[in-house]
Design a protein around this ligand. Structure first.
Ligand SMILES: [Fe+2]
Length: 345
């Protein structure tokens, strides 16, 4: 195998590619032989991209992920709609192609956030649809002191409002129903699951569900001791999507991205007027409930975009990500795109 970096000036992801044998078995054997070294590299670089191997199906992907970390899990408490492909492999997100997915460490708002994530490209889109990554240790270092101190002192509070199972028409910017999220309509089961994950749940008058949880804004890596930005401010904040789309339009320069950016500006303005912040589908405040200023969110997203590594998917690509140091997101796209995910505890 050979290792190298992509030509985007970033030292992540590290790429592993075959020199001769590109078979699935060859890759699994190589991982088994080099397991300790691979673990160290994943800790150091934050992400490893396996490119050029004969990976054809979700089960192949699951085998590769299992050979790196056998501790795969299949319970999901996040916000993306996902379809199941194997016991442990899911579609990465069923959100519409134009929808921005800002950089985040998976389920960073939960104490049970996964240690590692794996993505697999089954069908590469003809345009866009990258899954950029970002070193959130670097983001932590690059944040200006005022912003860092505010988050350090106050922590963050994430708020999610899930619709009632009876809600029929939902826009692409609303969360799924709590029924879809928990795969049950039994409120007791939902309450127990929330308790298990340190989430406060509140039933609303319209049969909707509000889930709230407080956490630190940063995470100290349990192995390396390095600190990383580790919360969903740049995803949940009401201004975040419009800020993200400004970057997306500058990169993709399409008529569609221009229209969506404009629409997001208008929607954000309207949502602020029409809906109380605690009733927004997603919202984030400082831990004491005070609002996070828009210019802080702008600064955080500026730092993230400066450090982001963006590369196009190739069919059969698998990327392993240390979720405690490195984030991922998704850029808008058109055409067919199938990217799958699995994760560990
Ligand atoms: Fe994610």
């Amino acid at each position: 195998m050979k290792t190298f970096f992509l030509e985007n000036g970033k030292t992540y992801p590290l790429v592993v590619a075959p020199e001769t044998d590109n078979s699935l078995e060859g890759l699994k054997n190589w991982i088994a032989k080099n397991h300790e070294d691979l673990e160290q590299k994943l800790l150091h670089y934050g992400a490893i991209l396996f490119r050029g191997f004969d990976i054809q199906a979700p089960l192949d992907f699951e085998q590769v992920a299992k050979s790196i970390d056998a501790d795969l899990k299949n319970d999901y408490m996040g916000t993306s709609p996902r379809d199941k492909k194997t016991d442990f492999v899911f579609s990465a997100s069923e959100l519409p192609p134009h929808y921005p997915i800002m950089q985040h460490c998976e389920m960073s708002f939960l104490p049970s956030a996964p240690r590692r994530l794996f993505f697999y490209c089954h069908t590469a889109p003809p345009f866009g649809g990258e899954t950029p990554i970002c070193d959130f240790r670097k983001v932590y270092k690059d944040l200006k002191t005022e912003v860092k101190n505010a988050f350090e002192t106050k922590g963050v509070k994430h708020i999610r409002n899930y619709a009632s199972p009876n809600t029929k028409a939902r826009t692409g910017f609303q969360l799924k129903s709590w029924h879809d999220m928990f795969h049950t309509d039994d409120k007791k089961i939902v309450e127990e699951k929330c308790k298990e994950h340190d989430i406060i749940c509140e039933w609303k008058e319209n049969e909707g569900l509000r889930m709230t949880n407080k956490s630190n804004a940063f995470k100290t890596h349990p192995v390396t001791g390095e600190k990383a930005w580790f919360n969903h401010t740049q995803v949940f904040h009401i201004d975040a999507a419009a800020i993200e789309y400004d970057y997306i339009h500058k990169r993709q320069k399409r008529w569609e991205t221009f229209k969506t950016e404009l629409l997001l500006e208008l929607m954000t303005f309207y949502k602020k007027l029409a809906t109380d912040s605690n009733d927004q589908s997603m919202h984030v405040t400082f831990g004491d409930g005070t609002e996070i200023p828009k210019d802080y969110v702008q600064h955080i997203q500026d730092v993230i975009w400066e450090n982001m590594s963006i590369y196009s998917w190739q069919k059969g690509d698998i990327i392993a990500i240390d979720n405690f140091s490195t984030s991922h997101g998704r850029l808008p796209y058109y055409g067919d795109r199938e990217v799958m995910v699995c994760w560990t505890s």
